[in-house]
Design a protein around this ligand. Structure first.
Ligand code: NAD
Ligand code: MG
Length: 382
C-alpha cells in the first residue's frame, strides 16, 4: 500500500499532537512530509527529530535560529506565509489543517486549489470563506473532509445517502461549562472556569468558544458549507454527555446518529482513513451498563453568541468573517483578562453592526475585512 503523505499544519496544537500520536502507531499507512508550529519551538523540534519531515515551518521568526540549530536533514522555513505553500506542496497527498482561526483559511484554499485531500479541523476556514471554498472545490478534484467531531458524525451518517433524502441535521452540543448557570451568574465567571470544559480537552480558543457557545454557531455555518444544507435545516440540541456526536433525520422519518466516547482521535482518524476505517486502540462504550443520554434545547438568550452566528450567516457576504474576527479578538482579550466573559458577545455584536464592505468577495477583501474588524474589536472599550 502506498503511504499517505501528510502535511500537518499546526502540529504542535491539541489536534496536531493527537494526529501524530495516531500516525506513530501506523507507520505503514502514513508518512509525514511537513510539520508546522508557531511559538512552541521545542515541541516542533521534538516532532521534527522523530518524524523526519522533508520540511517544517516555524511561524514565529523569533525561534528560527533555535529550530535550525536543533535539527538536521529537514528544511526549515520561517513565517506563516509558507503555510499555504506547505498545503500545496507537490509531495503532499493530504493536508491536515489544525491551525486555529482565520490564520488557517489561506492554507485550506491553497490545498483545495492544488487538488489535495484536505482534512479540516480549522472550522474558521469555512466560517469566513465558505462561499470561496465551495467554488474552489467545484473547480478542483480535491476533497474536503471534516475533522470536527459533529461534522465527522454527519459525514458518517451520510455515507451511502443522497442529499435529497435529508430532512434535517441535529448538531449536538455539550453546552460547555456554564450550561447550568443563570444569566446573572455568567457575569462573574473567570477565565479559569471557562477553560475547564466538562468533556473535551482542547486548545484555549475553542474551549472559550465552547463556553460562550460561539463554537456551536461556527459549527452550524461549517455544516452549512460542508454539506450544502440550508442553515434552517440544522438544529442545535444540548446533549451534555457528548456521546451522540450528531444526528441526521431523513425524509422518511428515520434518523441516523453516530455515537462514541468523546475522543477526537476518532474523527481525526476517520478524516485520514475515509472512506475506509483504520483500527484505533482507544476505550469503547460499554453498552451493557445502565446510562442516561439526555437532551435539552439551546438557550439563545443566555448564549447570544450562537444567535449572532446564525444572524451573520443569514446576512451572508462578509458578516461571518466579521463575526469570526471580532470573536477571535474578544476571546483573546478575555484570555488576557482585559474584558469579562459577557463582553465577548457585545464586541461581536458591535462589530457586526459597524463593519461593512460592499466589494465582491475574494481572498484579498476577506483579509482586508478581517484586519479592519480586528482593529475595531480591539478598540472597543468594555
Ligand atoms: P491549538 O491552539 O491547540 O493549536 C493550534 C495550532 O496552530 C498550534 O500548532 C499553533 O502553533 C498553531 N498556530 C496558532 N496560531 C497560529 C498562527 N497565527 N500562524 C501559524 N500557526 C498558528 O488549537 P486546537 O485545539 O488544536 O484547534 C485547532 C483547530 O481545530 C481550531 O480551528 C479548532 O476550532 C478545531 N477543533 C479543535 C478540536 C479540539 O479538540 N482541539 C475539536 C474540534 C475542532
Ligand atoms: Mg466540534
Amino acid at each position: 500500500m502506498n503511504k499517505q503523505k501528510l502535511a500537518i499544519l499546526g502540529s504542535t496544537g491539541s489536534i496536531g499532537t493527537q494526529t501524530l500520536e495516531m500516525i506513530r502507531k501506523h507507520p505503514d499507512k502514513f508518512e509525514v512530509i511537513a510539520l508546522s508550529g508557531n511559538s512552541n519551538w521545542k515541541l516542533l523540534v521534538e516532532q521534527i527529530n522523530e518524524f523526519k519531515p522533508e520540511f517544517a515551518v516555524i511561524g514565529d521568526p523569533a525561534f528560527y535560529k533555535e529550530v535550525k540549530a536543533s535539527v538536521s536533514g529537514t528544511e526549515i522555513l520561517v513565517g506563516p506565509k509558507n503555510l499555504p505553500e506547505m498545503a500545496s506542496h507537490p509531495n503532499v497527498d493530504t493536508v491536515l489543517n489544525a491551525l486555529v482561526g482565520f490564520a488557517g483559511f489561506e492554507s485550506t484554499l491553497a490545498g483545495i486549489h492544488a487538488g489535495k485531500k484536505v482534512a479540516l479541523a480549522n472550522k474558521e476556514s469555512l466560517v469566513v470563506g465558505g462561499e470561496l471554498i465551495r467554488k474552489a472545490l467545484k473547480n478542483s478534484n480535491s476533497a474536503l473532509i471534516p475533522v470536527d467531531s459533529e461534522h465527522s458524525a454527519m459525514l458518517q451518517c451520510l455515507v451511502g445517502e443522497s442529499r435529497g433524502g435529508i430532512e434535517k441535521i441535529i448538531i449536538t452540543a455539550s453546552g460547555g461549562p456554564f450550561r447550568e448557570l443563570t444569566k446573572k451568574q455568567l457575569e462573574e465567571v473567570t477565565v479559569k472556569q471557562a477553560l475547564d470544559h466538562p468533556n473535551w480537552s482542547m486548545g484555549a480558543k475553542i474551549t472559550i468558544d465552547s463556553a460562550t457557545m460561539m463554537n456551536k454557531g461556527l459549527e452550524i455555518i461549517e455544516a452549512h458549507w460542508l454539506f450544502d444544507i440550508p442553515v434552517q435545516q440544522i438544529e442545535p440540541v444540548i446533549h451534555p454527555e457528548s456521546i451522540i456526536h450528531s444526528i441526521v433525520t431523513f425524509t422518511d422519518g428515520s434518523s441516523k446518529a453516530q455515537l462514541g466516547l468523546p475522543d477526537m482521535k476518532v474523527p481525526i482518524m476517520y478524516a485520514l482513513s475515509y472512506p475506509k476505517r483504520y483500527p484505533l486502540d482507544i476505550p469503547r462504550m460499554d453498552w451493557s451498563k445502565a446510562q442516561e443520554l439526555t437532551f435539552e434545547p439551546v438557550d439563545f438568550n443566555k448564549f447570544p453568541c450562537i444567535r449572532l452566528a446564525l444572524e451573520s450567516i443569514e446576512q451572508g457576504g462578509y458578516s461571518p468573517a466579521v463575526l469570526n474576527a471580532a470573536n477571535e479578538v474578544a476571546v483573546e482579550r478575555f484570555l488576557n483578562k482585559e474584558i469579562d466573559y459577557i463582553h465577548i458577545p457585545k464586541i461581536v455584536e458591535k462589530s457586526l453592526a459597524n463593519i461593512h464592505l460592499s466589494d465582491s468577495l475574494n481572498p484579498d477583501t476577506l483579509k482586508q475585512i478581517d484586519k479592519e474588524t480586528r482593529r475595531y474589536a480591539q478598540s472597543i472599550i468594555k
